[in-house]
Design a protein around this ligand. Structure first.
Ligand code: ADP
Ligand code: ADP
Length: 229
């Protein structure tokens, strides 16, 4: 088991109970889909997969060890597990595409040559080569999403977590993003994705969890989940 949420319970400061005893497991090579309506708790769970939120109860397990929340452990954890936020505007800050994608690798204090190589490769992989000098705020929604994905890819994570990557995209844009996730998975990256858009799920997910009002109410293969309704 690569990444696991074990008995995670979490309430926000205002008392909202967002997660109740959530268990979810991810194996190397998986594409795991987390289904749930708006407000089910998907984003809250994903913020635990990046260590931004810390559970009230339960733990995050990475490669068999409990996640610790000191700075050093979190930096190491975030190199392995990259979170792509739902709204790229929460993630893109730099004045140009290339500077944005370079941000993570620069933070890792990698040599400039390596940073440039990673930025170039990441932009190629998401189909955004040629956009290096563009200002992110001039890009379309789908393009911004690709740049945000490139920024995470440039960190060379083992696991990528995508919060609602198809939200707000038209069907064509959505299937492009799904194809990109499949490609990344074929290249060895383990994928976790949340969505309320069930139509595409059987095409890509090998394991599905259903989250409802903060609780996992179903899990299994896509076939299990979609045939027993
Ligand atoms: P989803 O991603 O499935 O739409 P969220 O994780 O965003 O669900 O939300 C789960 C629950 O937590 C909802 O009831 C939501 O209103 C609440 N919530 C989310 N963020 C906050 C916050 N910062 N403060 C208080 N409540 C929040
Ligand atoms: P939007 O629909 O929001 O404009 P898209 O996701 O459709 O965004 O595409 C973003 C940009 O990336 C477009 O300029 C498109 O031509 C380009 N693009 C999309 N997919 C690929 C790909 N696989 N290879 C190369 N370029 C691509």
């Amino acid at each position: 088991m690569m990444l696991e949420a074990r008995n995670i319970t979490f309430s926000y400061d205002d008392g909202t109970e967002a997660l109740n005893n959530v268990n979810l497991k991810v194996d190397k090579g998986d594409i795991v889909a987390l289904l749930g309506k708006n407000g089910a708790g998907k984003s809250t769970l994903f913020l635990h997969f990046n260590g931004i939120l810390r559970p009230d109860n339960g733990e995050i397990i990475i490669d068999g060890e409990k996640l610790k929340y000191d700075k050093k452990s979190l930096i190491k954890f975030r190199q392995k597990v990259g979170l792509v936020f739902q709204n790229p505007d929460d993630q893109i800050f730099a004045p140009s595409v290339e500077e944005d994608v370079a941000f993570g690798p620069l933070n890792l204090k990698l040599p400039m040559e390596e940073v440039q190589k990673r930025v170039h490769e990441a932009l190629e992989r998401v189909g955004m080569a040629g956009f290096e000098k563009k200002a992110p705020h001039h890009l379309s929604g789908g393009q911004k999403k690709r740049v945000a994905i490139a920024g995470i890819l440039a960190m060379k994570p083992e696991i990528m977590v995508f919060d609602e990557p198809t939200a707000g995209l038209d069907p064509k844009g959505a299937s492009k993003i799904i194809n990109l996730l499949k490609e990344l998975n074929e290249q060895g990256i383990t994928i976790i994705i949340s969505t309320h858009d069930v139509d595409l799920v059987p095409q890509y997910a090998n394991r599905v969890y259903v989250l409802h009002e903060g609780e996992i109410i179903g899990d299994g293969t896509a076939r299990d989940i979609f045939s027993n309704k």
